[in-house]
Ligand binder design. Structure first.
Ligand SMILES: [Zn+2]
Length: 417
């Protein structure tokens, strides 16, 4: 297939999957929340494109759509996939790029007259983003048999709709969503293509990234309790200022993560992303601060080292500023390593096809992290302009989508014949 024709195919189907007829909306972007009407419509487009490629499509108990191209033999399928849901006012490529490039790869293979020995699947996972309920990758967790239904059922979106209600309103049976689990020998390998959502490829001048590991977060919720008092009458040596104490911790976290990233093998990132001061009044010494900390690295021991250091620093801060504190670990997800051999193979095949590449880590979670718990799995990143994502301006070029899709055809060929 000519590259020009491939890019035209990609452009046309990129519009369709975003439910557009003429142009991508780079101003408002797209809001297709997990298990919403908008996600369902995009999934219907996915189904119709897959059917036009002579694939059968089924919907599983968790609402994932599984398109399948039968092979000559009854073997576990090579699966590809991603998602079509978005965050609020997200971009046109996060998730869609993976589904689109996988379908384009099937199209290219069929035009080439390729007949797979092993079946090939393209999976459109349900509810990958956590935008709505604060819980992500529901569809792929269910498929990998990791879904904790009880833990998520009563989580609510901003309008008070629960996960359970959203799933039921998407036409699914709450009691059977865990039956979406597939067994080890139901899938051969899983491969996902995704936009990078960062700018390391652009900076390195490489065409695609082969992801070796996905950094998962540890999150803490901290309270610093001082004493609220009059800002005019409380002498400096009488104060129990929770904000001053908290500020010194924020600085410590930032600088220590920077230092550790320089001295250790794997980088670590740490963010104080929420900060609530009380009473938040100009005439009051702040008596209370709550902070939310997110720490990520593929090196779990490094995350725990920083966690312990935060704990120690907090004790020093208590003494220095005469405050009390509490610290609670609210999330502790171990990082995920992807299949080393598969990664090497993906890199070799891509480079043989003439594309430059680099190994890298992912700071964001993707469906592949769940699939990797059960099956050998790989993740390919293609560049996205200026690293902007979860934003209407998110953009990946048709050239890069074509490159991604062509790489997928070579990998599929080597895995299915
Ligand atoms: Zn995504």
């Amino acid at each position: 297939m000519h590259n020009r024709q491939l890019m035209e195919w990609l452009e046309q189907h990129l519009l369709q999957l975003n439910l557009e007829s003429t142009a991508i909306d780079y101003t408002e972007g797209y809001t297709r929340l997990g298990y919403s009407e908008e996600e369902r419509k995009a999934m219907e487009v996915f189904e119709s494109i897959a059917r036009s490629l002579h694939m059968s499509v089924r919907k599983d108990q968790a609402g994932n759509r599984i398109a399948r191209w039968e092979g000559r033999e009854k073997l576990p399928p090579m699966a590809l996939g991603s998602h079509v849901d978005t965050v609020k006012n997200g971009g046109a490529y996060d998730g869609v790029a993976g589904v689109l490039c996988a379908l384009a790869a099937i199209h290219q293979l069929q035009l080439d007259g390729f007949v797979p020995v092993r079946p090939i699947e393209v999976i459109c996972f349900a509810a990958e983003e956590s935008a709505c309920f604060g819980v992500s990758t529901i569809g792929s967790e269910a498929m990998a048999g990791m879904l904790d239904k009880e833990a998520i059922c009563s989580l609510e979106d901003q309008e008070g709709l629960t996960v359970q209600e959203a799933i039921i309103s998407a036409g699914l049976d709450w009691d059977s969503i865990q039956d979406a689990e597939r067994q080890k020998d139901d899938v051969y390998k899983y491969l996902e293509l995704h936009i990078e959502q960062g700018s390391r490829l652009e900076h390195a001048g490489k065409q695609f990234g082969v992801v070796t590991a996905i950094a998962r977060p540890v999150r803490f919720l901290l309270e610093i309790i001082g004493q609220t008092n009059h800002s005019g009458t409380t002498y400096m040596d009488e104060r129990k200022d929770a904000l001053v104490a908290a500020s010194s911790l924020v600085s410590f976290i930032y600088h220590r993560a920077k230092e550790l990233s320089q001295s250790e093998k794997h980088p670590i990132v740490a963010t104080v992303g929420t900060f609530n001061v009380s009473p938040n009044a100009t005439t009051s010494v702040p008596g209370f601060v709550e902070l939310g900390i997110d720490i990520r690295s593929v090196d779990d021991s490094l995350k725990s080292t920083l966690g312990k250091e935060i704990d120690h620093t907090l004790k020093d801060i208590q003494k220095e500023y005469h405050v009390e504190s509490t610290i609670e670990k609210i999330v502790d997800n171990p990082s995920v390593f992807l299949d080393e051999n598969f990664a090497k193979k993906i890199k070799d095949i891509g480079e043989k096809s003439g594309f430059t590449s680099m190994y890298m880590e992912s700071g964001a979670g993707h469906d592949v992290m769940n699939m990797a718990k059960k099956w050998p799995a790989g993740l390919i990143f293609i560049p996205c302009k200026d690293g902007i994502s979860h934003n209407p301006k998110e953009y990946a070029s048709l050239e890069d989508l074509a490159m991604g899709s062509t790489s997928l055809t070579h990998i599929i060929k080597s895995e299915t014949q």
